[in-house]
Design a protein around this ligand. Structure first.
Ligand SMILES: Cc1cc2nc3c(=O)[nH]c(=O)nc-3n(C[C@H](O)[C@H](O)[C@H](O)COP(=O)(O)O)c2cc1C
Length: 179
C-alpha cells in the first residue's frame, strides 16, 4: 500500500512538472497574408512562438497562376519541400495550426508539414481563413495524416478578417490562456 502511495505521489509530481514545462507553438501557412495576420494576433495575445510553414520554392504572387499551381499540386497529391523546420518539435505539446482553405482543403505544404513530425499525443488546434468553404475537407484530411494527435473540433474559421476580441474569445473557448 505504501509503495502504491509513493508511486502515486511521484506520478503526480512528474505530471505536474511536465505540464508546467509544456510549450505551445503557432504554425501557419499563408500566401496572401490573411492567415498570417490571425497567427500574429494569436501570438500577440498568448506570447506563443510563431513558425511559418514556407515552401523552398516560393509560390507565384499572381492569383490566377497560384490557383493553377495549387490545383495541380492537389491533383498530384504533391508534398512541396519546406524551407525551414521546427527545431525540437518534441518540446511542444500544443500546436495551433493555421492555413488558408485551398481548393477545399489544406495547402499541400501543410500536408508536408504534418507528415514531417511525430504529432502523436499532441494537441492540434486548427484555424482556417477562407472565402466561403470554411474548413472544407481539411479536418478529415488532417485526421487521416495524424490519427494519433488530439485535434480540437472547435477550430476557428475566418472569412476575411477577425477582431482581436473574436480571436481571444475563441482561445478562451479552447482553453488557451490569453495574456
Ligand atoms: C490557391 C487558392 C485556392 C483557394 N481555394 C479556396 C477554396 O477552395 N475555398 C475557399 O473558401 N477559399 C479559397 N481560397 C481563398 C483563400 O482561402 C482565402 O483568401 C484565404 O483567406 C487566404 O489566406 P492567406 O491570405 O493566408 O493566403 C483560395 C485561395 C487560393 C490562393
Amino acid at each position: 500500500m505504501k509503495k502504491f502511495l509513493v508511486l502515486f505521489v511521484m506520478t503526480l509530481l512528474c505530471c505536474s512538472s511536465a505540464s508546467a514545462e509544456s510549450k505551445s507553438l503557432i504554425a501557419y501557412f499563408s500566401w496572401s497574408g490573411n492567415t498570417e495576420a490571425v497567427a500574429k494576433t494569436i501570438a500577440d495575445v498568448t506570447g506563443f512562438e510563431l513558425f511559418e510553414i514556407k515552401t523552398l520554392k516560393p509560390y507565384t504572387k499572381d492569383y490566377d497562376s497560384v490557383l493553377n499551381v495549387a490545383k495541380t499540386e492537389q491533383n498530384q497529391n504533391a508534398r512541396p519541400e519546406l524551407a525551414s523546420h521546427v527545431q525540437n518539435m518534441a518540446q511542444y505539446d500544443t500546436i495551433i495550426l493555421g492555413f488558408p482553405c485551398w481548393w477545399g482543403t489544406m495547402p499541400m505544404a501543410v500536408f508536408t508539414f504534418l507528415e514531417e513530425y511525430d504529432f502523436s499525443g499532441k494537441r492540434i488546434i486548427p484555424f482556417v481563413t477562407h472565402g466561403g468553404s470554411s474548413f472544407g475537407r481539411s479536418l478529415n484530411d488532417m485526421r487521416k495524416i495524424i490519427p494519433n494527435a488530439k485535434i480540437e473540433s472547435n477550430g476557428l474559421s475566418i472569412s476575411g478578417t477577425a477582431s482581436n476580441q473574436r480571436v481571444a474569445n475563441w482561445l478562451n473557448e479552447v482553453g488557451i490562456t490569453v495574456k
